[in-house]
Design a protein around this ligand. Sequence first.
Ligand code: NDP
Ligand code: BG6
Length: 519
Amino acid sequence: MSVDGWERRAPPAALVIFGASGDLTHRKLLPALFELYCSNLLAPQFAVLGFARSPLSDDDFRDLARQGIERYARHTQVSDERWRTFSEHLHYRAGQFGDPASYRDLSADLARMDRDQGTHGNRLFYLAIPPEIFPIVIEQLGQASLNAPTASSAFVRIVIEKPFGSDLASARALNRSVQQVFDESQVYRIDHYLGKETVQNILAFRLANGIFEPIWNRNYIDQVQITVAETDGVGTRGGYYDKVGAFRDMVVNHMLQLLTIVAMEPPVAFEAEPVRDEKLKVLKALRRIPVERVGELTLRGQYTAGVVDGQPVAGYRGEEKVAPDSWTETFVVARLEVDNWRWAGTPFYVRHGKRLARRVSEISIQFKRAPRTFFAGGERLDPNVLSIRIQPDEGISLRFAAKAPGPTMRLQEVDMNFLYRRSFGPLDQLQADAYERLLLDALIGDRTLFTRADEVEQAWAWADTILEGFRQRAHDIRFYPAGSWGPAWAEAFIERDGRHWLVGVQPSTVSYQPSAVSK
Ligand code: NDP
Ligand code: BG6
């Protein structure tokens, strides 16, 4: 990844989207492509070929694309002229995902695009389909010889959406099926959190500023908290979510990625392999949670009916496509430890939930107390906290104690605040959506912000004992009303360590006690 990110431009290429009639294509991929086009970051010789079973014509696909772009792109004012020039690049091919004839058609379409649109034999395949179909498409691409470039100067790459497996065995099986057809250097596994500006900025903050690195360790840092709180429920994705739950959906990928970026050693170079090597080392150092301690070191919850943003909302069990007696978690906290010299003894608390009181993703790094308190009441103030706000209200603040003006030495906590919108303007207008950045990187061939096979397997290897613990304690779920900060137990969970949540505080009413094993 280079520092001049936005000066980079994609080479000529054809982007084939499998699952082009679906939600991700509509809400994220096509709006992101349109933005790249408007920013002049796509080559004039680009073509998009949507593929799915739905019998759409090119015009139907273009109409759907325009609706998605007008609704979800950052620049929603789409002039007719701009639309005409962009939409000429969009095409659609209906077919069956497991049918070799469909891939022969695709091959012919791509050859025609090379000839008519100058895409130079460069292909980017994007799997925006349900994960059970990933292996089918990958195998068919191999059988149709679409996995290898037709010329030595051309590239063929594949982008694979999440979830990448649901446990270690399935992640390994998927990696095997990918690697039978593609070389690892062709594979781009998406974790869209890595595409967020504020996540990339953690690396800039740590590594481009000399003052933080010397104190970025167990000697100075008391604890790290990673909170991803959402006000949304599961929406229309209940069918997927009910099989997966909050831990698999958010913790094993996005939240572990945040953790690795906070905890990793500086890489020897800012390139894909050195960066991913360091992230992998953190994942290897994550202490495994034994099955019998899962009830003590993690906690799960599920939302019941409540009020969010002033609106009454249904409980999880009343959501569309969710089993009415579901025991799937929509909230999870876990106490993690990174067993290496930098972090030994510093807990990393991760906390995520849907239908919480406020939408906020934040990494809070609390430093140790000053060794001595000189001032009356000083011990009641929190030690310094560095808050990295991923979204919303993007920015970074440092909390410290200051003397409140007046005749006495009275202390008060104050914040030094960096706000994106103040320094750079509103993030949604100035900065790319995560998918814009990741699509551009995949077209350019930069894998820094994509996860590698061993990283994904290492994350699942760590998660496996926890999943087994969850299985053995299937009903060990605490309920919380939508619009709260999760089950009251979550407060007790951290208070027993003599700490409290630094985001979204709610006084505890219970003392922590893991419940008995229940199947
Ligand atoms: P959708 O169900 O909306 O779309 C799936 C697409 O795959 C459709 O185009 C559908 O088209 C095609 N498809 C082929 N076979 C099937 C099948 N058996 N069942 C359902 N659809 C099928 O899914 P999303 O667009 O939401 O998700 C696509 C991928 O992206 C998934 O892997 C998902 O986990 C991932 N993802 C999605 C996110 C989102 O916000 N939507 C966020 C993060 C990841 P047709 O019926 O025409 O063949
Ligand atoms: C997705 C999860 O990967 O990330 C969703 O499947 C979650 O459940 C989403 O809501 C959160 O992404 P963001 O960018 O809105 O924080």
